[in-house]
Design a protein around this ligand. Sequence first.
Ligand code: ADP
Ligand code: ADP
Length: 228
Amino acid sequence: MIELKNVIKKYPNGIVALKGIDLKIEQGEFAYIVGPSGSGKSTLIKTLYREERVTSGIIKVNEYDLMRMTHKQVPYLRRELGIVFQDFRLLPRLTAYENVAYAMEVIEKRPEEIKSRVMEVLEMVGLKDKIRRYPNELSGGEQQRVAIARAITNKPSILIADEPTGNLDPDTSNEIMDIIERINQQNTTVIMATHNQSIVNQYVHRVLTIQQGRLVSDQEEGGYRYED
Ligand code: ADP
Ligand code: ADP
């Protein structure tokens, strides 16, 4: 579960990106974060995986109290999260297979387990026949599939996605959404910041709208309402 109470984030330059966010997301939910550019979506997402510390308030992710958490605990928090970005962020010198395997190697999983799990997740995202390709030999949609496979390989309870379809055409975006939907159906919480109006309207889920650092609407089965 994710819980925020009166979360305020002020950057060192004085910009207050989050102005008192109250929010609860239960295990297994799917929540979009929408809102105009600069409204605080990325900041909110970054606070969840402790890329940014909040200035005040309460922020809890699963069993972790992020306000009280020490630096040493951050990797353990991140093991419970899968994170996907707009620009994929694959390691360019590693193949698709190696990119996914690396996420398991760093937490010292056994080699046999790595082998079978990597093949399992690459098959799940439909890339079994391209495991030896390097990122620059894959299309944008294929790179995002690898990134998703990497994000879920350690079975996170929460998948965090910041504009995952931002660099993809509409058909490819739908294919990526179908994969994210399947992950959500396995009881993984999904939190997805997006500008993609047609996706929000087509794959209907909870919609959290942020404007100027404030949560201005929270709809259980929302559509895309704000004007950009
Ligand atoms: P969004 O993701 O909705 O586009 P952001 O969370 O990126 O919004 O930004 C919210 C506000 O915080 C903007 O005014 C942005 O310029 C500012 N901001 C974002 N990141 C930083 C940072 N690292 N340092 C200072 N200001 C930042
Ligand atoms: P996104 O495409 O996810 O909205 P942004 O363009 O908001 O990302 O931010 C890109 C990077 O620049 C982030 O690391 C963010 O923290 C940083 N950033 C954004 N706005 C500012 C700002 N006003 N001052 C300093 N850094 C910023």
